[in-house]
Design a protein. Structure first.
Length: 461
């Protein structure tokens, strides 16, 4: 076999391949065998029809077509390996010559990963938020814990903010009660904002048995987005009582003996959270600076597919689960479709550039992913997906997504290399040490920027 490669542009090549006919022998034998199993000729047992009879009855052309279709993937792969290119997706193949007994010639155009020069990233400097936990932050955290241990007791008085009321609701649109507009015995905390706009004002001041009517735009259901006349009846009022903030509360709500110990632990946990947020912020900003330095041509077809994939996932998965259409989502966001598509294109370009640059860095630095690192990443992904590690691992294996997870971890390690070389200071001018959170936060930053782009899947094609 002879092959040559022609660079059409930085992201696309044309392979020209010539195959001597004798190299088609195995595929021709397989073609005759396959046809033998599919057809019946009087006077011959099934599977025992001579090749000359198949040629006479069904035509040599049918056999050649079957043989060429069988052989093309093998010859294409050999040509790709010989040319040392990294194809993305499926090629566009054109058979230019097929001479029975002499020659098979074809061309294959395919998108490729562009050659990328990793820029000098040693001079990257970024600023991140300082890790500061105030007394107010600690008090807020303890108060949230206190709220979780609140109790409710029935009261015979008018409802006020913070009270829990039991209510019956009825919604009408154009004077007609909606089929899904009636609810009874709903428990609602006044001021929580968890129900309809206007509900707080309507029930505040009502005692058990009191009724009110208000107008509100429905957030879901059969009349979503329409203004409805809502009747509400309060059937019970209960006051929330918070436990005293003392050592007894600390012992009830935690493993600590004193309130001071509980507050100290809250401060430490808030510091850890802010440190991780700081590390993630650093990774994201370093990545942005790295991408500014790198020249990365993007295959047009890959970009188009990535935009369509992101749009489809948003429209049919994320919004679908919330019961929203794309049109309604854009209305809520205050965006036009043109603005949405421009943002999606920008995100897709960043995702592809992130993968290309970090994958090149993985190769340059010869970074490997250990089984321990992959397992740790799998556990984190499982936790965020709400699945058990075993369920998530099974889904990953069955979906052929192990290479994708390996790629995520490897890119995270590559970004960590860049961050280690960068100068990171906080808003107080202090140098930031990210060593403890570096790899984990880097993987998160890479996932946020790249997502599960088409480049991952197409590189495996």
């Amino acid at each position: 076999m002879k092959s040559a490669v022609e660079t059409l542009n930085p992201t696309r090549v044309r392979l020209t391949v010539e195959v001597p006919f004798e190299e088609l022998k195995d595929s021709l034998d397989a073609a005759y065998k396959k046809i033998n199993q599919q057809v019946t000729v009087k006077g011959f047992r099934k599977g025992k029809i001579p090749a000359r009879v198949i040629d006479q009855r069904f035509g040599r052309g049918a056999v050649l077509e079957e043989a060429v279709n069988d052989a093309l993937p093998k010859f294409y792969t050999e040509a790709v390996n010989e040319a040392e290119v990294n194809p993305l997706g499926q090629p566009e193949v054109d058979i230019t010559e097929l001479k029975d007994g002499e020659l098979l010639a074809f061309t294959a155009e395919v998108d490729i990963r562009p050659a990328i020069e990793i820029p000098d990233y040693s001079g990257i400097e970024i600023t991140v938020d300082a890790v500061e936990v105030t007394d107010e932050d600690v008090e807020k955290s303890v108060q949230q814990l206190r709220e979780r241990f609140a109790s409710t007791n029935p009261v015979e008085r008018a409802a006020a903010e913070g009270d829990v009321v039991t209510i019956d609701l009825e919604a009408k649109v154009d004077g007609e009660v909606l089929p899904d507009g009636v609810a009874e015995g709903v428990s609602y905390t006044i001021g929580s904002g968890e129900l309809l706009d206007g509900i707080d004002e309507a029930v505040t001041g009502l005692e058990a048995g009191g009724e009110a009517t208000f107008t509100s735009q429905l957030k879901g259901g059969s009349a979503e987005g329409k203004d409805a006349e809502v009747s509400v009846k309060v059937t019970a009022v209960a006051a929330r009582e918070l436990p005293e903030l003392d050592d007894d509360f600390a012992q009830m709500a935690s493993e600590f003996d004193t309130l001071d110990e509980l507050k100290a632990d809250s401060r430490k946990r808030l510091e850890n959270m802010k440190q991780f947020d700081q590390a993630t912020q650093a990774q994201e900003r370093v990545l942005d600076e790295l991408l500014k330095l790198a020249e990365v041509p993007i295959p047009e077809k890959l970009l188009e597919d990535e935009i369509n994939t992101r749009k489809h996932n948003l429209e049919h998965h994320q919004l679908g689960q919330m019961g929203l259409t794309l049109e309604k989502y854009l209305e809520i966001q205050g965006k036009t479709e043109e603005e949405f598509l421009a943002e999606t294109k920008e995100q897709a370009e960043k995702g592809i550039k992130t993968q290309f640059v970090l994958d090149e860095l993985v190769n340059k630095e010869k970074l490997n992913v250990s089984q321990e690192e992959l397992t740790e990443h799998l556990m984190r992904r499982a936790a965020s997906s709400g699945m058990s590690p075993d369920q998530f691992a099974q889904a990953v294996v069955e979906g052929g997504q192990v290479p994708m997870l390996v790629g995520e971890v490897a890119r995270g390690k590559a970004l960590a290399v860049v961050v280690e070389a960068a100068k990171v200071v906080d808003t107080n001018g202090e140098t930031v040490d990210l060593e403890d959170d570096e790899d984990e936060a880097a993987t998160d930053a890479v996932e946020a920027a790249a997502g599960e782009t088409e480049a991952d899947e197409k590189n495996e094609a």
